[in-house]
Ligand binder design. Structure first.
Ligand code: NAP
Length: 300
């Protein structure tokens, strides 16, 4: 029931109608008996500043920020967490009232810990390893920053736009120890095969393979994937992407994107509700179950 005490949060994006975030957050509010609701908030490119100020003035407690606003929202912030500053991208906003009645807009990025938490949950410790990341967008930034912070020794970013990949690597290297080896290259099948041969981890941080283009994969079909690899696909719709099916067929370790989705969501939930007593693992399981039910019930 929505009443005068209901606390509101939501997700700002364009488009947002396919987001699983309302489903997983509302499921958690219901299970834990919190009088909170989470709503999808379609915000056109160029209108994010008005939208954030409007939400804060309307008494929203916070919001998630997704494509294409993760960088565009930066000028509206009053302050920013260390992770979000290093990445230059924000996926969670918290609205705080200060003593004078003013509103502070605090930016966080829970994708970084969401990714690393999911990777560790899958049994992979990135410390001292070599990783290949395909993609150079917002999610790739979070992946690269997380791997660098977790002590990954050797990072290669492959992007179809090599300039974007190089900028990502330059930005991340500026914040991490000189001992980190990080390099960017153009994404080609040959380069991917060559880099994967010596890497321990391959991450797909592109939408390739996502519904409705489920036949697509970043990995060429006629080349066996190295069996020693852990393959992490950030795509979660479908859960079993073509890339993950190729990995399993080759005997490699396949990890889907749902673990990251629910972990970044649980961390945002905790930032808004400031509920330090609730076990994050319990929250994650409620969110994971809600997402799985939703993914099984719809094609898109
Ligand atoms: P983004 O900022 O739009 O970046 C997408 C990246 O993928 C860009 O580098 C883009 O290349 C590249 N790309 C797109 N289509 C490609 C293709 N056909 N071949 C090669 N590269 C291609 O998006 P994002 O936020 O980083 O998200 C990327 C994916 O991760 C999406 O599927 C999203 O759903 C998923 N994701 C999952 C989670 C999770 O919790 N599991 C969290 C965040 C994102 P250009 O630079 O050339 O455009």
């Amino acid at each position: 029931m929505i009443d005068g005490h209901t606390q509101l949060v939501g997700v700002i994006g364009w488009p947002v109608e396919h987001s699983l975030s309302p489903i997983m957050h509302n499921a958690a509010f219901d299970v834990f008996g919190l009088n909170w609701r989470y709503v999808p908030l379609p915000v056109r490119p160029g209108e994010v500043e008005q939208a954030v100020k409007g939400l804060a003035a309307l008494g929203f407690r916070g919001a998630n920020v997704t494509v294409p606003h993760k960088q565009a929202v930066l000028p509206v912030l009053t302050s920013i967490s260390a992770d979000a500053r290093r990445l230059g991208a924000v996926n969670t906003l918290v609205f705080e009232r200060d003593g004078d009645g003013g509103i502070r807009v605090v930016g966080h990025n829970t994708d970084v810990d969401g990714f690393i938490g999911a990777l560790r949950e899958a049994g992979f410790d990135p410390y001292g390893t070599r990783a290949v990341i395909v993609g150079a967008g917002g999610a790739a930034r979070a992946v690269v920053a997380g791997l660098a912070a977790a002590g990954c020794a050797h990072l290669v970013v492959l992007g179809r736009d090599v300039t974007r990949a190089r900028t990502l690597v330059t930005d991340i290297k500026a914040h991490y120890p000189a001992s980190l080896y990080a390099q960017a290259n153009e994404l080609t099948p040959e380069k991917l095969i060559e880099e994967a041969r010596t890497a321990a981890l391959l991450v797909n941080a592109t939408p390739v393979g996502m519904w409705p283009y489920t036949e697509d994969s970043i990995w060429p079909e006629n080349v066996p994937l190295p069996s020693h690899l852990t393959v992490f696909d950030l795509v979660y719709n479908p859960l079993e992407t073509r890339l993950l099916a190729q990995a399993r067929r080759a005997g490699a370790h396949a990890v889907d994107g749902l673990g990251m989705l629910v972990r970044q969501g649980a961390l945002a939930f905790q930032l808004w509700t400031q509920d330090e007593h609730r076990e994050v693992e319990e929250l994650i399981e409620v969110m994971r179950a809600a997402c799985k039910r939703a993914l099984m019930g719809r094609p898109d």
